[in-house]
Design a protein around this ligand. Structure first.
Ligand code: AR6
Length: 194
């Protein structure tokens, strides 16, 4: 699956792709998990189906040690049969009203995973559209948070991450992400962020 939209940020690229994240080869795949780390539907179900049972066995062990994972944070497992070394299981906020820290929690999913990437020498990482399925976060708001948070992080921290792939599952989602990424590219070109 090739990327049809790229923002170059110094040595790093932010790419947009449409398709199934479980088929995209990277060092780390980000999952949209729940606080119980219990598996579920959506991309979480797809990752466990494609990756096999080892991933849940590792999550069982993490859950018995820590009780789960806070919203806005993430835990690391190996990737089983997926074309990756790691899965970062990020817990996005369940949308209520866009208040009560939900935008910050969503942004924190992205920055936490990039921090984990740096700790695990991850050069390529893929993200689904966290919280915008079962958790009901409005796509427009979530896409803006995802694109801006990732681009700002990449502009300030380069090593070791080189390529961030944002993977949308539908044409509609892909169009919305493209629009937000195009806006951002225009802002960078006009120097608004320099
Ligand atoms: N590849 C890429 N994106 C996908 C795929 C896939 N194979 N499958 C779904 N998506 P969701 P959430 C998109 O619901 O909103 C689970 O039960 C999907 O179209 O997977 O964060 C967890 O266990 C949507 O755009 O995650 C939690 O309980 C995006 O992935 C809860 O759902 C996220 O949708 C988390 O809900």
């Amino acid at each position: 699956m090739s990327s049809d939209f790229v923002i170059q940020l110094g040595p790093c690229q932010l790419q947009l792709l449409k398709g199934d994240i479980t088929g995209v080869a990277v060092d780390a795949i980000v999952n949209a998990a729940n606080a119980q780390l219990a598996g579920g539907g959506g991309v979480d179900g797809a990752i466990h189906r494609a990756g096999g049972p080892d991933i849940m066995r590792e999550l069982d062990e993490i859950r018995s040690r820590t009780g789960g994972c806070e919203t806005g944070s993430a835990v690391v497992t190996s990737a089983g049969r997926l074309p990756a070394r790691f899965v970062f299981h990020a817990v996005g906020p369940r949308y209520r009203d866009g208040q009560h820290g939900q935008p910050e929690q969503l942004a924190s999913c992205y920055t936490t995973c990039l921090t984990l990437a740096a700790e695990h020498d991850v050069k390529t990482i893929s993200f689904p559209s966290i919280s915008t399925g079962i958790y009901g976060y409005p796509l427009e708001e979530a896409a803006e948070i995802a694109v801006k948070t990732l681009a700002n992080w990449l502009r300030n921290h380069t090593e070791p991450v080189r390529i961030v792939k944002l993977v949308q599952f539908s044409d509609h989602d892909h169009d919305v992400y493209r629009r937000h990424a195009q806006n951002l590219r225009r802002e960078f070109a006009s120097g608004a962020h320099s």
